[in-house]
Ligand binder design. Structure first.
Ligand code: IPD
Ligand code: CA
Ligand code: CA
Ligand code: CA
Length: 311
């Protein structure tokens, strides 16, 4: 499809409206959030009994998918629940919606309000539009490439815009990390060791940095949103998917955040289809001119991957 056929302003407005409509359905669904939630023997679980899915995850994805098909029948669609239903996932140059109907399903089931709908849109493989809506807190994070990132469509991100806060070192950071749903011994031991090094005192733990703290809020998309807002300094995850991060990547970058490829390598669009994600928030240039914000981001990323060792 030639570029002229995609009106990004229109797609952006459509995605914002769609996220709000999906949010209404998520709120309605919360009354029956336990209904198809996983229990030890519930077949609605995916890879294991902590990989939860509810009727609302499926219904909201169906609603979003139908709405997109009606308005943009030629656009591609990638969604978590469609993938679980066997649909293929491939990032092409075509205009593509990449959607997580509910990011934070475990929180949704437990009534913890870090829950959102995440609608990303790529064109020529670039995440050019991102919309993340948390209906419980009524917070909508959004961005269109080149046009700024916003909270509730009016407040520029980061919240300190136009002057991002300084961040002297990884030791001063609050870092978003997650436990994910892969609870194999190898993964959990590896994550646990890494979190110890990030949280622990370097005097007692070799390679430890003692960051201000670690947070696990249970939603990849909201982690990106908080990095975009400047409320989290970094976010790292291994094991999530394009629908968890596509919208967030667009929003965080537009807010001056820097996303990296696996192990801190330069980011490329195909990294969206991998499972390693890392982003550092916007950082102010050093007042004495000794370091740009981007150089500071790269330095912090290096410190992070030194502490993270072999991730
Ligand atoms: C999950 C959340 C969680 C992350 C997992 C994701 P879901 O998504 O984003 O924070 O740790 O990797 O799968 O299943 O709630 O949509
Ligand atoms: Ca899920
Ligand atoms: Ca998700
Ligand atoms: Ca989901």
């Amino acid at each position: 499809m030639p570029a002229a056929d995609v009106n990004l302003d229109e797609v952006y407005a459509f995605a914002i409206n769609l996220a709000r409509e999906a949010g209404k359905r998520i709120l309605e669904g919360s009354a029956k959030r336990h209904q198809t939630a996983a229990t030890l023997d519930n077949p609605n679980t995916k890879k294991n009994r902590v990989d939860l899915v509810t009727e609302t995850d499926q219904a909201v994805e169906a609603y979003i998918k139908d709405s997109i098909a009606q308005t943009y029948p030629d656009f591609c669609f990638i969604g978590e629940e469609s993938y679980a239903g066997g649909e293929r996932v491939e990032l092409t140059d075509e205009p593509t919606f990449i959607v997580d109907p509910i990011d934070g399903t475990t929180n949704f089931v437990h009534g913890l309000d870090f829950v959102c709908c995440s609608i990303g849109f790529t064109y020529k493989q670039e995440p050019v539009i991102g919309v993340i809506y948390n209906p419980f807190l009524d917070k909508l994070y959004s961005a269109q490439q080149g046009k700024g990132a916003f909270l509730n469509e009016s407040t520029r991100l980061p919240l300190t815009h136009p002057n991002p806060a300084p961040l002297a070192s990884l030791g001063d950071a609050v870092i978003g990390v997650e436990w994910g749903s892969d609870r194999s011994k190898a993964i959990i031991e590896k994550k646990g060791k890494m979190y110890m090094r990030l949280a622990g005192d370097g005097k007692e733990i070799e390679g430890g940095v003692m960051a201000h703290s670690l947070r696990s809020i249970g939603s990849a998309a909201l982690n990106y949103s908080y990095v975009a807002a400047g409320q989290l300094d970094l976010y790292f995850e291994i094991g999530c998917w394009s629908w968890d991060v596509c919208a967030g990547t667009g929003i965080a970058r537009e807010a001056g955040g820097k996303v990296y490829g696996r192990g801190g390598k330069p980011w490329s669009p195909q990294d969206l289809m991998g499972h390693h994600f890392f982003v550092v928030r916007a950082i102010a240039d050093a007042p004495d001119g000794s370091e740009t914000g981007e150089q500071a981001q790269d330095r912090i990323a290096k410190e992070f991957f030194a502490a993270a060792e072999d991730w």
